[in-house]
Design a protein around this ligand. Structure first.
Ligand code: AMP
Length: 183
């Protein structure tokens, strides 16, 4: 079971990925969380990633692919994984395809969560993470539109495995909507 939660910053991917992983008994892999941990621990990856994360830019694809590849070797992902914040570029999606092919796995679903864009900015401002300043939020939105949103076209090759879920509702309601489209 490999599920990609897709959507702009602030649509609720992290919250929903955590719930899905817990309730479905699979692993949750958030590349953003991996980078924040690496930055806190001042690892090599952390030192490399810091300026990109602080600025709201994408960490280079090769660095991202490396941490995902290493993470997926861990036993907590044997039963499946909810990918949260990865892939974010065509190159990353291609790298993921190669990794999955190597492990004889495939994408089960891509769930695109939609939320009205002003609501998203307000949610992020309320969250108050270090990169949740208004100018950086707007920059992350632009990065999403330019580099990440084109993945929807890339994943159209998945046909009916590409799903949409309306994220304009409370956490449990959005969770139910996601469960509905992946059942
Ligand atoms: P997130 O927690 O998903 O909002 O990610 C926070 C930040 O981590 C992003 O603004 C990027 O700087 C970096 N990041 C997380 N995932 C990726 C990814 N798949 N590719 C490139 N950068 C990423």
């Amino acid at each position: 079971m490999v599920i990609i939660l897709f959507g702009a910053p602030g649509v609720g991917k992290g919250t929903q990925a955590a719930l899905l992983a817990q309730r479905m008994g699979v692993g949750h892999l958030s590349t953003g969380d991996e980078f924040r941990k690496a930055i806190d621990n001042q690892t090599e990856v952390g030192k490399l990633a810091k300026r990109y994360v602080d600025a709201g830019d994408l960490v280079p694809d090769d660095v991202v692919a490396r941490i995902v590849e290493e993470a997926l070797e861990q036993p907590q992902y044997n039963s499946g994984v909810i990918l949260d914040g990865f892939p974010r570029s065509i190159a990353q999606a291609e790298a993921l395809d190669r990794m999955l092919t190597q492990h004889n796995k495939e994408i089960s679903y891509v769930v695109n969560i939609n939320v009205d864009s002003e609501a998203v900015v307000q949610r992020l401002l309320a969250r108050g993470r270090k990169d949740d300043k208004e100018d950086i939020i707007r920059h992350r939105m632009n990065v999403y539109n330019n580099e990440t949103a084109p993945l929807l076209e890339y994943y159209s090759k998945l046909g009916s495995k590409l799903k949409n879920a309306d994220g304009n509702a409370d956490v449990e309601e959005v969770y139910n909507r996601i469960r509905e489209v992946i059942s």
